[in-house]
Design a protein around this ligand. Sequence first.
Ligand code: IPE
Ligand code: IPE
Ligand code: MG
Length: 245
Amino acid sequence: MNDESPCIPAHVAIIMDGNGRWATQRGLPRFEGHRRGVEALRRTIIAAEEAGIRYLTVYSFSSENWRRPLPEIAELMGLLRRFIQHDLATLHARNVRIRVIGVQDGLSPDIIALLDDAEKLTAHNTGLTFIVAFNYGSRREMIDAVRDLADEVRLGRLSPADITEELFSDRLDTRGIPDPDLVVRTSGEQRLSNFLLWQASYSELVFSPVLWPDFDRNALVAAIEEFRQRDRRFGGTPSAVGGVL
Ligand code: IPE
Ligand code: IPE
Ligand code: MG
């Protein structure tokens, strides 16, 4: 460990999980957990800026979350709508650049417009890049990329032999965004749930027991601290002896 190096992950991606359990533990409706989850998100964006993180991705609604009861889906949509309406001006004033990943299928036109406007308004900001994974699923994202490439091959613009990892990455929603260094999942669950499967190939995974509505600066700092203890090898040898032999 080199304690002098700050070793701050450039890109942190968070699976914000545990809202329902947080509420149930308190005898509250699940919606209350989601509502408090938005507060945790606001705290986390500020904490990420202060920690010097350059890219923060949050998993807000997965392509599998459509399996939830309709009233809960409506609540989650409403929370996103209100979050953008309420926080966009503040985020823009703080120089945050917003990117949205995921598909538009199934989303109401007003939500699509809000997300588009947020991206356009903040496109040239140079502070934290805040990536919202909404109606996102990694498998669908990869299938869409494969379809794009297949089309280019069919049109004779691309040869299969020229398909590289870079070219494929460039067809994903995350094009231009570096892979996450750290993926954090809250609530103690230890799975990726169809989140950034390609991009997280070499991410460090940290599983925090904290339920998302309780997540705060301390929890983020703890996750970064755990990240700093890791020896990222990318298939090489341990860094202490690497490159010697
Ligand atoms: C995360 O909390 C929010 C979303 C998935 C949208 P959950 O709603 O999954 O909470 P638990 O996992 O049921 O506690
Ligand atoms: C993952 O959480 C999706 C989001 C946090 C948006 P889920 O709670 O939906 O995941 P599973 O169903 O427990 O895998
Ligand atoms: Mg969950």
